[in-house]
Design a protein around this ligand. Structure first.
Ligand code: YSA
Length: 345
């Protein structure tokens, strides 16, 4: 087979590939030009029987034809595929508005903690933290509630099986254990806040949840430097900032083992400004939390010498405050995981 025949095959093939209009035709041409029985394959196979001189003469033209036809085949294949597509159905409208991805957001309690931290850090407070899985010493003993103390019954506790351990573990029932943990590593004067999650093993209702959040604050200085008056002023400043208008705070004598004297504190009703309404049951005040001057026994548990320091501590429930601010009727909604509730904030 001579070079003229190769030129003929090349011309024939180029024309055939250029005219091919479907995949089927292309497959046929592939067999015809590159198949086992094609002239080109036969010519390639026959090369080995030729003399060196013949090989030099005709070899390049066989390879050249094969390369040209392979390229023509690839080009034709792309063209047939392009022509076969339904471009109309694939049209993309680049001016169409996009599909918005649903975006999550912070839980209302998280937002409220950030808001409270912001107010207090502007007043020079540090934010402290402690473990939710707490031991008996910090949650109770160090706060002047030894195991036989009746006040332990005030906070129904989720105990953790602690067999074989040298102390009993529990889910902290309040944020107060962080007071002692912080004092163990810091020397007064200082002022801190402690927002955190707490747990109580009690039956739930509209104002009680087993898992909720508390907020704690502790201010300690040398004896004589920190008084109940400072607490009242701080509480009034904070609540006014938090609710955005003037709030009165009143103290009622009460008992918490870790303070002496101890108080419960109320704020003037945020709905009627103290005049009396359904929300405050007509009395003009709403109960918020507990407070008092830190018991010297608590200072001692933290390693401070008795009588050297004086300070106040206070704490309240964040859900109840959020319920008041946002008019939420049920404390159980916060942990319900119900997105219809969460999405409102
Ligand atoms: C008292 C004096 C201090 O010097 C410092 C802190 C305290 C507070 C104390 N540690 C304490 O836990 N007191 S408390 O048992 O009365 O709870 C405080 C607040 O948590 C309550 O006023 C209430 O707002 C909230 N709370 C209690 N149990 C709750 C709850 N909120 C929702 N669900 C529950 N089950």
């Amino acid at each position: 087979m001579g070079t003229e025949r190769m030129t003929e095959i090349e011309e024939e093939g180029k024309r055939a590939f250029a005219e091919a209009g479907s995949d089927e035709v292309l497959r046929e041409l592939e067999v015809r030009f590159f198949g086992r029985k094609s002239e080109l394959t036969a010519a390639l196979k026959g090369l080995k029987d030729l003399s060196a001189e013949e090989k030099r003469e005709i070899g390049p033209s066989i390879q050249g034809t094969r390369t040209v036809l392979m390229e023509a085949f690839v080009v034709a294949k792309e063209r047939v595929e392009r022509e076969g597509r339904d471009w109309e159905s694939e049209r993309i409208d680049v001016t169409a508005p996009g599909i918005a991805e649903p975006l999550g957001h912070l839980h209302p309690i998280t937002t409220m903690i950030a808001e409270i931290e912001d107010i207090f850090t502007r007043l020079g407070f540090d934010v402290a933290d402690g473990p939710e899985l707490e031991n008996e010493f910090y949650n109770f003993d160090a706060l002047n509630m030894p195991s036989d103390h009746p006040a332990r019954d005030m906070q129904d506790t989720f105990w953790i099986e602690s067999e074989g351990l040298d102390t009993r573990y529990l889910l902290r029932t309040h944020t107060s254990p962080v007071q002692v943990r912080y004092m163990e590593t810091h020397v007064p004067p200082f002022r801190i806040i402690v927002p955190g999650r707490v747990f109580r093993n009690e039956s739930t209702d509209a104002t009680h949840e087993h898992t909720f959040h508390q907020f704690e604050s502790l201010v300690v200085g040398e004896t004589g430097d920190v008084t109940v008056g400072h607490f009242k002023h701080l509480a009034e400043t904070f609540f006014a900032e938090f609710f955005g208008h003037k709030i009165d705070v009143r103290l009622r004598p009460s008992y918490f083992p870790f303070v002496e004297p101890g108080f419960e504190f109320d704020i003037s009703c945020v709905f009627c400004d103290g005049k009396g309404c359904a929300s405050c049951k007509g009395i003009g005040w709403i109960e918020i939390g507990g407070a008092g001057m830190v018991q010297q026994k608590v200072f001692e548990a933290a390693g401070y010498p008795r009588g050297k320091y004086q300070g106040f501590a206070w704490g309240f429930g964040l859900e109840r405050l959020a319920m008041m601010k946002r008019r939420i009727p049920d404390a159980r909604l916060f942990m319900s995981g119900d997105l219809r509730f969460i999405r409102q904030f």
